[in-house]
Design a protein around this ligand. Structure first.
Ligand SMILES: Nc1nc2c(ncn2[C@@H]2O[C@H](COP(=O)(O)OP(=O)(O)OP(=O)(O)O)[C@@H](O)[C@H]2O)c(=O)[nH]1
Ligand SMILES: [Mg+2]
Length: 425
């Protein structure tokens, strides 16, 4: 059963069905889904909404609403219907039969965008795995229905054979994908070991999709990462080393989060998760120019909890302050919110504050030193490895050249060997 794709025809007309139970969120939820449809290459041609307290098993929506939407679809000449909910296989099937059109739910739409955006082998494998895992129970439900229709005589009709073989095929593909991902993962693990052999801290950018993570990464690392107002511009993580005069760290750009993203789907993006949960510090980028920035911030904090990364220290980066009419608002936020800065990744405002706060949070009372330690004092170098962060270590004729971040109280022990104004090796 091929994955429904919006990508074949960029002109596909998409009718949206909202079922959000919370009236306050309606406007943002609508805009967000329209953005997702656009990112998948479709064009929103109309929408309707219904508050649903208890979804109907057969078609999620009540039969009256299904009939009403049928008329709208003809009027708006829609090719596809997207329902802003998680639908079962049976529900998709019944709605497709009723409307005679392709029906997608929110997760399938997001997966379709992921499939378009994945560029690396690992990203593509992960998206396919997520699609299959999401589809497997739905595939079964669809066939279960056909079996029931065939009904009656014995349990082992051709429907079940079809189901069994499809299920086997999908399961075999899932196993192969997991193996392939494991291979790529080992490669990444080796890269990570290489990174951790320099005890340079690792930072990860996290945040709601389109918050400006990649724009900030480009500014800090002079990378040329794709920046786009469409959701999910970034899918594959990218890591770069940032060297500023007093601070060195690795920075990773990651996939954006979005509300109502099934955790199982996030879990498929293990590479991203490993970067996030293994980071020494998370830079949580929040687009404060967005009217629902608080809702987005909370959705990110919830996702961090879901993926087990809520124990990581978080520096909150209030971004896009250039787009704010009232600048005092940004100052107010920074005053109220601990460990936060206000920046514009676009025009560079606030970068010095960001570096200062990163430095403060990473060092927690540490200082950067440059020293030439005599060979008979090499235990000091070992101690720096153990209790500090060694940036450079070079064995020279006159002693061990050491550049390191150490606890400030260590300065007195290293004082006799500190070098001032020496050029780096
Ligand atoms: N005005 C303004 N726009 C910004 C700023 N930072 C980013 N943007 C814009 O916001 C949009 C999204 O930026 P990205 O950097 O792609 O956002 P992202 O967080 O990486 O998004 P995903 O990778 O899709 O999760 C782009 O149109 C950027 O030009 C900023 O400081 N000010
Ligand atoms: Mg990005």
């Amino acid at each position: 059963m091929p994955e429904p794709k919006l990508t074949q025809d960029p002109q596909e007309r998409v009718f949206l069905v909202f079922v959000n139970p919370d009236a306050a969120d309606d406007h943002f939820v609508e805009q967000e889904l329209e953005g997702l449809v656009e990112a998948a290459g479709g064009e929103a041609c109309g929408s309707t909404r219904q508050r649903i307290d208890r979804p109907h098993k057969a078609g999620y929506l009540g039969s009256g609403k299904v009939g009403e939407i049928g008329h709208y679809l003809v009027e708006t000449e829609a090719d596809v219907v997207v329902v802003d909910a998680e639908l079962s296989g049976i529900q998709i099937r019944n709605l497709e039969e009723a409307w005679q059109r392709k029906v997608l739910d929110r997760t399938t739409l997001i997966l379709d965008i992921f499939a378009r955006r994945a560029k690396t082998t690992e990203g593509q494998l992960q998206v396919e795995l997520a699609q299959l895992i999401y589809r497997l129970p739905r595939l079964m439900s669809v066939y279960t229905k056909f079996e029931r229709q065939r009904g009656g005589i014995g349990m082992r009709g051709p429907g079940e054979t079809q189901l069994e073989s499809d299920r086997r095929l999908v399961n075999a593909r899932i196993a192969r994908l997991k193996e392939a991902i494991e291979g790529v993962k080992q490669h990444r693990a080796m890269q990570r070991v290489a990174r951790s052999s320099h005890p340079i801290p690792s930072l990860s950018l996290v945040g709601y999709t389109s918050a400006g993570k990649s724009t900030l990464m480009n500014r800090l690392c002079s990378t040329g990462l794709l920046v786009d107002a469409m959701p999910f511009a970034t899918l594959d993580p990218t890591t770069r080393r940032v060297d500023s005069p007093n601070l060195t760290f690795f920075l990773t750009d990651t996939v954006g989060f979005i509300r109502n993203l099934p955790t199982q789907l996030v879990a498929a993006f293990r590479a991203t998760l490993e970067e996030v949960s293994g980071a020494d510090l998370l830079l949580h980028v929040v687009d404060v120019s967005h009217p629902d920035w608080e809702g987005q911030r909370d959705a990110v904090l919830e996702t961090l909890m879901d993926i087990g990364a809520s124990d990581r220290p978080v520096l909150t980066v209030f971004n896009k302050i250039d787009a704010l009419e009232d600048h005092t608002f940004a100052r107010q936020l920074v005053a109220e919110w601990p460990d936060s800065v206000a920046v514009s990744a676009k025009n560079g405002e606030g970068m010095a504050d960001l570096f200062a706060l990163i430095s403060k949070m990473l060092r927690g009372g540490r200082s950067r030193i440059v020293a030439i330690v005599p060979y008979d004092q090499s235990q000091l170098v070992e101690a720096c490895h153990k209790f500090g962060t060694v940036i450079t270590e070079d064995y020279r004729e006159d002693g061990i050249w050491l550049e390191a971040d150490v606890a400030t109280e260590w300065l007195t022990r290293l004082a006799p060997y500190l070098v001032e104004g020496c050029p780096p090796p």
